[in-house]
Write a protein that binds this ligand. Sequence first.
Ligand code: HEM
Length: 496
Amino acid sequence: SQLPPFKSRNSPPLVFHMVPFIGSTISYGMDPYKFMFTNRAKYGPVFTFILLGRRMTVALGPRGNDLILNGKLSQVSAEDAYTHLTTPVFGKDVVYDVPNSVLMEQKKFVKSGLSAENLKMYVEMIADETMQFLNRDAAFEAYQSRENRVGDFHCFQAMSELTILTASRTLQGKEVRDGLDKSFADMYHDLDGGFTPLNFMFPNLPLPSYRRRDVAQQKMSDFYGDIIRRRRADGSHEHDMIASLMECTYKDGRALNDREIAHIMIALLMAGQHTSSATSSWALFHLGAQPDVVEAVYDEQVRQFGRDDGTLAPLTLDGLRSCSILDSVIRETLRLHPPIHSILRKVRTDIPVPTSLSAPSEQDAYVIPQGHYVVACPGVSAVDPLLWSDAEAFSPSRWTTHSSEKELAEKDDKGETVDYGFGAISKGTSSPYQPFGAGRHRCIGEQFAYVQLSTIIATLVRELTFESRGGVPAQDYTSMIVLPQPGSRLHYRRRQ
Ligand code: HEM
């Protein structure tokens, strides 16, 4: 008999579904991009769908991204959305297990460990690991034998191995790199098995994988703890993230304790691993599908690093920074395949949606109620035909020749305000290109990821050409990160 409260009358439209609790779980889970475009056509840029009983409200487009990624702390919370997934994996007292102000300080500490000085040193180490991998891994037997120079490899598997090898040689430190040949790899495997959509949807299930995750978290935390204690005892100083974090103090003067350092290291390992290995895999598949682009990347290497005797000089950070074609290959890969397709926040207090996003008049405007999750899908804006020319095509040259997109890239890099033609834009939160997110939760690993990706890709292109015989694989959305369909292989040929 009571009228529904005003806000529920103004809730965003709910995507039609047949089964109450399941809602749109299957169609969203199978292909989130198709789901978003289909429902935007039906309901507009703001709509709600049911994901295993949770109410998820999507806000699409640059303004939608801004609404969510630039949301006030009192309105949207990342920790409320993620902590049940991340804290059992990373450990206590870091990232989403602490108030946002503490996370902001922890991100600053990590940023200081990613200094230009360190990144410079990392290029040579990553190139060296990549060459060792090519000369050792069974998949590259044809490369090693030099006779039949043609072979193929499981691309994502190889890139996963190479990513963890290079990240541990650089950021993670030599003890982790040595441990990869022994115990560390097993711990990592079990921990990673606890970082899945199932863990997100059901934080506590009595399954063996959940138990293995907890055991691995404890062991890995102890492993890092031992490294820190040993380093404190013998006074050694490395150029990696552990060394840098050991020097950091919070604003109140307290130093990071050993557990916090250990757990930040685990968080960085998890944050960088699948994101980077998926990105290098997608880049190689696209290179394999467009031989002219591989040759353009190779020719650029010759222009930047070629020596009089016909050989190529070793890669350097400054040299890589001048490789605009390589850079645009990575940019374009991340436009078509951002590893994270949905960014979530939990709604703490009702969020009014501006009329420009939701409705023709103020009276009809929506309110996203407390208790919903909000979902930003920057990847949708990045392939939206309304915003990009030839949106579906892999076209690295759009970043170097189309002046508007080049300007966008340059300004975004500097964190400057850009007007893309759809109104006042600020702080990058409403850019249509956000593979690294935006706002206070924006990625701090971007520069490291670019160094790692460009060094790996340049090293491989110097040695090999590629061929994606089955075309570029379809996207698989069943894990936390958008991956190439399982089993996708790439052919290679050793250069003369
Ligand atoms: C945050 C993407 C590599 C560390 C993020 C976010 C995105 C992202 C989209 C925002 C998440 C959100 O708003 O909820 C990527 C991509 C990568 C990459 C595409 C590689 C291609 C890395 C690496 C590291 C890293 C290598 C560590 C060295 C972080 C951290 C955050 C973050 C600490 C902050 C989380 C927060 O503030 O809530 N990343 N990332 N990422 N990333 Fe990355």
